[in-house]
Design a protein around this ligand. Structure first.
Ligand code: 7RM
Length: 637
């Protein structure tokens, strides 16, 4: 080892691969014992659980007789022990805007909001929609809901009014917490205005709490809108935590699937928190006084679990960043790392790819000496990108952890444990405690050893999805009916000779654009909302930075009907129905789509055409009209 290299990272929670193997075996052989012990050791309970798993994968429950509160575990126990420790460092869009709040201050800020919410009627079980920018009040709002046992449904600030509306309706939210505007990369986001539009067509919402952030004027409906600052100004500085059963719901988060509208993934209190807590602690090798930064938005599961619940439940200092990696320029991430002495950094491959494309010179203005662990999440990481992250960002002296998981899994399921698991660039390596991955072929046959197949999980883990809000049947259909007795992830993966997993991406009709999950069906229904459109089929194409981009084949009602405008209008329509993240990169207007005689669109063929893989189209004789294929290839956008 060259003497200027840092020593290998010492994970304070796990000695070596042997101890991982020992604990892993224990965790899958007697999950009840293993997780009950971990739950009691790691979390504070009002009533300790005696029950582990209920042995029912599709109607899972964990620690059923335990009583606890997530906010208590994330705030109170540290506010007592270490009141002056920093809980959240907030870094605004501009470099000089920064603020740090201690655990004691967090307790106060969350308490006054919880008391305010209580005063306007929010109670246990109520659903509260949170549509906020990346400001401290977003964290306070989520934690205030937790204190009261109210179920938050955070909607990402980039989603459109229509997307907010359908989420509010689905969860029957009575309250919305928002801000006048958000700011990101120097641009303003009209949050309150979007909420106003969303609420024009929904009746369930009684009160809208509005944080005055940029100070811009917004419409005000005094029978409905409440000023956040007024609400909290008259409240007591402490709010008791409601005692919740481990299986009481903690939050709903909407995520895209291969069919229909986004599903409201519901998580619990005990199992979810344990998953968030343990994965954060082990995988990132967390120890006291380390600064952790996850660059996600709190509107995604990564933000829920690894900006808030994982770090705070460990008493860590978590950094919350309002900005974007490219503003004011591509050195921003590294500048923030230096400014706040970040030790553990967690981001998405798409961000790294964009920074590689921007050029290495953006690394020169920072030292990044504080960094010890580099994490990635959201999509497969190309080995070259992994190498760049390791060598250039981490100067070959940081641990890289490629963490595979999903909204539905609640916390990381497959990942190296920093300092313990030997890594291979591009592989998420080995399963976390309690996780039994399996690979199956299309017929459901289990594949052993080195193999490539569909990735399933064969046994429940504490933070697994409990239900799709309002539609338990849909949960069973989506995750538990493709393969018997297994949870199907929707991903494909390879297992190598060392038992390492290499997740290759979705095998269903879900796209991953810049790490954001988007269902092709959602984009298609947005496109056909345009008056000139008869039919649409959407596929993913490979994209150097985004991972995937959206390619749409569109049949117009009348080909003459002003195509030039229609192109722009369709893109606008998608922004309106879903949000900018779902805009198609290309639209190809077509006469027809490749369909089987029974009328089923053959996406396999569309995918190949859009990706220029036309030499391997496969069998097209089953098409009702095989001539369409050539026509589509010739007309490529
Ligand atoms: C955390 C999150 C889930 C989908 C999942 C995969 C993909 C996530 C990785 C990954 C390869 C990874 N939740 N995915 N992490 N693919 N390697 N390390 O992203 O619900 O929004 O998306 O993301 O396809 O199914 S999510």
């Amino acid at each position: 080892m060259k003497n200027f290299e840092k020593p290998k990272f010492n994970n304070p929670h796990l000695e070596d691969l042997d101890s991982y193997n020992r604990q892993y075996l224990e965790s899958i052989n007697s999950p009840d014992n293993f997780f009950l012990n971990k739950a009691i050791e790691n979390l504070d309970w009002f009533v300790e659980p005696t029950l582990g798993f209920n042995n029912n994968f599709k109607n899972a429950s964990w620690f059923e007789d335990g009583i606890l509160n997530i906010a208590y575990n994330c705030i109170d126990r540290y506010a007592k022990k270490n009141p002056e420790r920093k809980a959240i460092i907030w870094q605004g869009d501009e470099r000089l805007q920064t603020k740090a709040i201690t655990y004691k201050e967090l307790l106060e800020n969350v308490s006054i909001l919880a008391n305010g919410l209580k005063a306007i009627g929010v109670k246990k079980g109520d659903r509260v929609c949170i549509y906020m920018p990346m400001i401290l009040e977003a964290a306070y709002s989520m934690l205030a809901c937790m204190r009261l046992g109210a179920v938050h449904s955070v909607v990402f600030g980039g989603f459109s009014p229509e997307a907010i509306r359908s989420r509010i309706d689905d969860a029957d939210c009575r309250y919305v917490i928002t801000a006048d505007e958000g700011i990101r990369g120097g641009k303003r986001v009209p949050l309150k205005k979007n909420v106003d539009i969303a609420l024009e067509e929904t009746n369930s919402v009684e009160k809208v709490i509005v944080k005055r952030y940029t100070g811009t004027e917004t419409n005000w409906d005094s029978s409905r809108d409440i000023c956040y600052d007024d609400l909290v100004s008259k409240q007591e500085k402490f709010c008791e935590c409601v005692h919740l059963k481990a299986e009481d719901p903690s939050f709903i988060l909407y995520t895209s699937g291969s069919t229909g509208k986004p599903k409201g993934v519901m998580h619990t209190t005990g199992g979810y928190l344990l998953g968030a807590h343990l994965t954060f602690k082990y995988i990132f090798g967390y120890q006291e006084n380390k600064i952790f930064w996850c660059t996600a938005d709190v509107g995604w599961i990564t933000g829920h679990t690894y900006i808030l619940y994982g770090p705070l439940s460990n008493g860590a200092t978590t950094l919350m960043f309002e900005g974007v990696p490219s503003y004011p320029d591509a050195s921003r991430f590294w500048q923030v790392c230096d400014d706040h002495k970040v030790n553990i950094f967690y981001t998405a491959p798409t961000a790294i790819r964009a920074l590689i494309a921007a050029g290495e010179k953006y690394l020169e203005s920072s030292s990044r000496n504080s960094l010890e662990i580099l994490g990635t999440v959201g999509e497969p990481i190309n080995p070259e990108v992994w190498q760049w992250y390791f060598e250039k960002v981490g100067k070959s002296s940081c641990e890289v952890v490629d963490t595979w998981w999903q909204t539905e899994t609640g916390s990381v399921l497959i990942s190296p444990i920093a300092g313990v698991t030997p890594t291979k660039p591009g592989s998420a390596t080995l399963p976390f405690f309690g996780v039994i991955p399996s690979l199956v072929d299309a017929d459901g046959k289990t594949l052993e050893g080195e193999a490539k197949g569909n990735l399933c999980i064969d046994q429940s883990w504490p933070s697994q999805i409990r239900t799709v809000y309002g539609d338990h049947h849909r949960m069973i259909e989506t995750y538990f009916s493709t393969y018997k007795e297994r949870y199907f992830t929707g991903d494909g993966a390879r297992r190598d000779k060392d038992g390492y997993y290499w997740v290759t991406g979705r095998v269903d009709d879900v796209l991953n654009v810049s790490g954001h999950r988007i269902g092709t069906a959602e984009v298609e229904s947005a496109i056909v909302e345009h008056k000139n459109v008869a039919e649409a089929a959407v596929v993913g194409i490979d994209h150097d930075i985004k991972g995937q981009a959206i390619y749409a084949f569109v049949i117009l009602k009348k080909i003459e009907a002003g195509q030039a405008n229609t192109y722009e209008e369709i893109i606008e329509q998608v922004s309106l129905s879903i949000g900018k993240i779902a805009k198609p990169e290309h639209i190809q207007f077509v006469r027809d789509l490749p369909k089987t005689r029974s009328g089923k669109i053959m996406r396999r063929i569309l995918r190949k055409i859009a990706n220029n893989n036309t030499d391997e189209l496969g069998d097209i004789t089953t098409l009702a009209d095989p001539t369409i294929v050539d026509e589509l290839i010739k007309g490529k956008a």
